[in-house]
Ligand binder design. Structure first.
Ligand code: SR1
Ligand code: MG
Length: 420
């Protein structure tokens, strides 16, 4: 299997014809077709993304080719993924409209999905790699996570509605399999897709692939991903799936959406904030301000999420889980204690997935620009080694961490690890 980036010729004429044929989209762009311009702006691994601008406004069009963008036709992938992305946008926007762009149109035949264009936003990972901080991010990300996860769970949805929704996403098989393979399995094998900073990390990767305790812990997490149907997940909530401006957050790229363990979304997001943290001081110019902000954000995402989720459960428990009728009067205190136990367990699950995600971003196919743009390979390897050390601890001993403050203290402590 090749992993070289293929050259994809965007068919702009066809794209503009498509938009002209949809009155809602044509109206949003305004003017006439010849006044519209389209530009391919995608930087993700999976799809093509176009920004199309007209006299009245802009839209964002995603096109799913029948293969993985980052690999080309040698890696086929169902283009039906746009249908799952569209439905996830609809469902998540229902519960978190401030943080999810409006889906405008989906064309199942052409595998085109048109969504609101987020003016003035940039991809968060790109901003982070350039040294930016986003002081309003954590509060909004926590609210997004609490609302999307709570309101699609059995705590909020009647069982029949939840089963119907889960059954739709149950067939996002090809996208889930990418995660099953990439996050939990192939990094522990001599797989041709694996890449890492070599030769600096060769010994680390060998050790990781022979680490039975770690492989068992990650296999346990995979089992959780395969079997849990707790909430409708974004499914790939890294900083490349988040658009930011100075004051707002928009979550995009829901093509990996599925019903799964809540800790998968939470852990993925924390993992990428921590990846940015470890990468930050390996860049040429010191970034201690950004690093401090990143750790504050890690702590605030979890702490705010926990507070919001608990409040939502107290005030909006309309589902079949934990029937409120059973916990009236004196039993209310027992239910409140149970909520705190549930969130303690969710924190443990989150840390496990966080560890697994960090590891696969150091060793696997999809290495993030946070690391890959560090040009000095010795410094890059040092940052990656520190990330691996924390990640292993999170994956194998998540119950050692009781609070998000414990987590960020461990991230700081990992800075003490010597260059190898
Ligand atoms: C073939 S896709 C590789 C990775 O990129 C996406 O962002 C997902 O994280 C996936 O695992
Ligand atoms: Mg993506």
């Amino acid at each position: 299997m090749t992993t070289s980036v293929s050259v994809i010729e965007p068919d702009i004429t066809k794209l503009l014809d498509h938009l002209a044929g949809q009155p809602v989209l044509a109206h949003r762009l305004g003017g006439a077709r010849h006044q519209w311009s389209a530009r391919e702006i995608g930087d993700g691994n999976v799809n093509l993304v176009y920004a199309v601008r007209g006299p009245a406004g802009a839209v964002c069009v995603k096109q799913a080719p029948p293969y993985v963008r980052a690999a080309g036709p040698s890696w086929p992938l169902t283009p039906e993924r746009v249908l799952f992305e569209h439905r996830a946008l609809v469902e998540h926007r229902r519960h978190a409209p401030r943080y999810v762009p409006e889906p405008l149109h989906v064309d199942p035949a052409e595998h085109l999905l048109t969504v609101e264009y987020l003016e003035g936003h940039t991809v968060m990972r790109v901003g982070l790699a350039a040294g930016a901080s986003y002081p309003h991010f954590a509060e909004q990300a926590a609210r997004y996570l609490a609302h999307t996860l709570f309101f699609t769970s059995d705590l909020a949805l009647p069982a029949g509605d939840k089963r119907e929704l889960a059954s739709f996403f149950e067939t996002n098989t090809a996208m889930c399999q990418i995660m099953e393979d990439m996050v939990f399995t192939e990094i522990f094998l001599p797989h041709p897709r694996n890449r890492w900073t070599s030769p600096e990390l060769d010994k680390d990767v060998k050790a990781l692939q022979g680490d039975t305790e770690l492989k068992l812990a990650v296999a346990r997490l995979k089992q959780r991903y395969l079997t849990s149907r707790a909430a409708l997940l974004h499914g790939d909530l890294h900083t490349g799936s988040i658009m930011v401006s100075a004051s707002s957050v928009g979550v995009i790229d829901q093509e990996f959406a599925c019903y799964g363990p809540m800790g998968f979304d939470l852990g993925t997001l924390l993992a990428h904030l921590l990846i940015a943290y470890f990468a930050a001081d390996a860049h040429a110019t010191a970034r201690s301000t950004q690093q401090n902000w990143l750790l504050t954000a890690v702590e605030q995402v979890w702490d705010d999420f926990r507070a919001h989720f608990t409040d939502l459960w107290r005030d909006h428990a309309g589902g079949d889980g934990y029937p409120p009728a059973l916990f009236t009067g004196a039993a209310e205190a027992a239910l409140e204690a149970e909520r705190q136990r549930y969130l303690d367990d969710l924190f443990t699950e989150t840390l496990g997935f966080c560890g697994a995600e960090i590891i696969r971003r150091v060793v696997g196919f999809a290495r993030p620009i946070d690391f890959t743009t560090i040009t000095d390979s010795t410094r890059r390897a040092h940052a990656e080694r520190r990330a691996l050390a924390l990640a292993r601890s999170l994956a194998t001993a998540p119950t050692d961490y009781r609070t998000a403050a414990d987590l960020i203290a461990a991230a700081r402590a990992a800075e003490g690890i010597q260059r190898g």
